[in-house]
Design a protein. Structure first.
Lengths: 413, 264
């Protein structure tokens, strides 16, 4: 394990002007979709380009973020955790305190306003951990739109409380039985639904993935995380952070935090799900172990076989269990701007319990992956430095996994 | 462009006939079935075959072709193996073959190498639904160099300007989906879409055929009235998976005859 290399230089001087008009982040991204979806993507691009500059739209969005979502979320100085490691000061961006318990709502509130402006009657979404499904069902309930959520049957089992929440919110939850019965297959089903009902339906994709304009659009609604953090840290510490750490599934909470700092002298680390090993079927660490391919409408890093079949990812965390990754992350990796690495299931579990015991915060298993990098990073830092970790969600949905872990530990004692 | 495919289409249409083609996933239901199925389709008088390259995540396909793809992958079907089957088939037959599949397996094989090896094996064209015009354009030199047709799809929701663009750049023919949706849906030929296809005649100069969800002689008849032919996929897969290997030739002949009285 080495520390991120501050001298890692790339030829790109401005990272914030991607994607280009064709939806490319350099060689990644694009729009690899069947012709049937093209009109919907064009309609979405047109609506997004217009509305993101529209004062009334932005005012409504801001009001919803303040009074409904509960923004700004705190930037919390984790004094006990800082003392535990005895080096750099650790701050947590508390996305777990946003309405519905994760950053996902930043995106769904923005997209439901877009859907409404486009006159769509029906909303669909895929979900892994169920956080995006809950955040989508929530805004659909609030805005009175019909809502169908696709979720792999394996994930329905792992994250059952979220299935119940979605149903209570009035959404139809469709269990997906194809393939691995996880996030990738739920995304396939959502795309098939969209292909079939494209006139009436808007697909609220849950991360910075998929065909253009989704990666740019989701980033637009998630970058508030980094914008707030930038202001908060300058206010609280009088300087920019030295390190940003976030977990990467599709990459939306990470891009949300990173994007407003991309042209600053700040080191960034994206933490992937290392699962139980480095072999095939043992992890979901796309950027760490994958290679470029085309999947879900985008050219991006991908876990795949030599033949180009998509490989089954594995992670203890349903929200990170995805074989692709947002195309912008592929650019940030290839250019060396962001360092990506993987932590194991066991390391993530340890980190979740450490935070819970020291700070009284139960993190989502996804966010625990970001926290699990701290034991590796902190020894290389100084007391003058600042680390911000994106605490992307809270752990209520993971209680079953956490309880099992506690019981196992008890038995081993 | 493939001369074999273009000439076959021209000859058929000039004779006042319609095109009847079949989609089958390679390596399904078992690897040993692919060559016999191709030969049986040829013997049954099918105009050309779309041979599917299986992919793990076929987002434009309904349950039938999804299941066929999964099974074919489990059977060990790979692109090099598919090309071998075509090469073997070509030793005795001139029925045109079009490979149909998703982009990633082709990309990982290498686009230039893929085109070259297709030509060598005797493949006539490709249909890659997730390779849109904007992305395909840069690859056209490879297709041209290998005499390979690249066939574009349109759907009933494709805007007129886009239809004209794709009709201009597609080679051999244009593939129209019968509805907006995934393959194999059980929908009747709707008034609205038949009107859409009839109107295409005025808009495009290339032959166009209709596919997705075609499973009855009645549909074949209605679509043939407004297009240059049809392709049958999911219905053929559902049929063929019940046939023992030995009865494939007879079964395929019966299937084709059942959907079109034209050829025997
Ligand atoms: C709390 C939480 N964090 C992170 C993720 C991973 O998604 P992304 O990488 O898009 O932030 C999820 C996905 O479900 C999540 O629920």
């Amino acid at each position: 394990m080495s520390t991120p290399n501050r001298d890692a230089k790339s030829t790109i001087s401005n990272f914030t002007h991607y994607p280009d008009d064709a939806g490319y982040f350099d060689e990644f991204g694009g729009q690899f979709v069947p012709e049937i979806l093209r009109p919907a993507l064009e309609e979405l691009q047109a609506a997004f380009s217009k509305l993101k500059q529209d004062d009334a739209f932005n005012r409504t969005l801001r009001e919803e973020l303040t009074h409904y979502v509960g923004r700004p979320t705190p930037l919390y100085f984790a004094a006990n955790l800082t003392r535990h490691f005895g080096r750099a000061r650790i701050y947590l961006k508390r996305e777990d305190l946003a309405h519905t318990g994760a950053h996902k709502i930043n995106n769904t509130i923005g997209q439901i306003l877009l859907a409404r402006a486009m006159g769509k009657r029906r909303i669909i979404a895929e979900t892994g951990a169920g956080q995006h499904g809950v955040a989508t069902a929530t805004v659909a309930a609030k805005y009175g739109l019909e809502c169908t959520i696709y979720m792999g049957e394996e994930d329905m089992e792992r994250q059952y409380p979220n299935v119940q929440r979605m149903r209570m919110l009035g959404a139809t939850v469709v269990g997906v039985t194809s393939g691995t019965r996880t996030l990738k297959d739920a995304t396939n089903e959502a795309l098939r639904d969209w292909l079939t009902n494209v006139d009436t339906t808007h697909y609220i994709i849950g991360s910075v993935v998929g065909p253009h304009p989704f990666p740019a659009l989701v980033r637009h609604f998630q970058k508030i995380i980094g914008e707030e953090a930038r202001e908060q840290i300058q206010h609280q510490a009088g300087k920019l952070p030295d390190y940003l750490v976030a977990c990467v599934g599709g990459g939306s909470n990470a891009i949300g935090l990173f994007y407003p700092f991309l042209n600053d002298d700040v080191q960034m680390i994206g933490v992937e799900a290392g699962g139980i090993g480095t072999g095939p079927l043992q992890h979901a660490a796309t950027l760490t172990y994958g290679r470029p391919g085309v999947f879900h409408g985008m050219r991006t890093y991908l876990l795949q076989t030599a033949d180009g079949q998509v490989q089954l990812p594995y992670s203890i965390s349903a929200g990170l269990d995805y074989p692709g990754v947002g195309p912008e992350h592929s650019l940030l990796k290839k250019s060396g701007r962001v360092q990506y690495l993987a932590v194991s299931d066991a390391e993530a579990l340890d980190a979740a319990f450490l935070l819970t015991r020291l700070e009284g915060i139960i993190p989502a298993l996804e966010s625990a992956h970001a926290l699990a990098y701290l034991p590796k990073l902190l020894p290389h830092t100084t007391e003058a430095e600042i680390v911000i970790v994106n605490l992307s969600g809270r752990g209520d949905k993971d209680m079953q996994t956490y309880i099992q872990h506690m019981e196992k530990e008890q038995q081993n004692k | 462009m493939s001369q074999r495919l273009r000439e076959h289409i021209q000859r058929t249409l000039a004779g006042g006939d319609k095109l009847f083609s079949v989609y089958i996933t390679a390596g399904f239901p078992e690897k040993a079935a692919t060559l016999p199925i191709l030969q049986a389709l040829d013997a049954a008088g099918v105009d050309f075959v779309e041979l599917g390259i299986p992919f793990s995540d076929p987002i434009a396909d309904g349950p039938t072709i999804q299941a066929a793809s999964t099974r074919a992958i489990e059977n060990g079907t790979t692109l090099p193996w598919i090309l071998e089957q075509v090469a073997q088939f070509r030793r005795h037959s001139q029925m045109p073959i079009i490979l149909m599949g998703y982009l990633n397996p082709v990309l990982q094989y290498g686009m230039e190498r893929f085109c070259r090896d297709c030509q060598q094996a005797g493949v006539d064209g490709v249909i890659l639904p997730d390779l849109p015009f904007e992305e395909a354009h840069a690859l056209m030199p490879f297709f041209h160099a290998a005499d390979l047709d690249n066939i574009y799809l349109i759907a009933p929701n494709t805007p007129p300007a886009r239809i004209r663009l794709l009709a201009e750049h597609t080679t051999a023919f244009l593939y129209c989906t019968a509805y907006t949706g995934v393959t194999g849906a059980n929908r009747a030929a709707e008034q609205q879409t038949t009107q859409f296809f009839a109107a295409l005649r005025e808009m495009v100069d290339v032959p166009y055929i209709i596919g997705f969800g075609i499973h009855s002689a009645e549909q074949v008849h209605r679509y043939n009235a407004v297009a240059d032919g049809v392709v049958v996929g999911s219905a053929f897969i559902r049929f063929i998976q019940q046939q023992p290997l030995a009865s494939i030739p007879d079964a395929v002949r019966t299937f084709v005859k059942g959907l079109t009285q034209r050829k025997h």
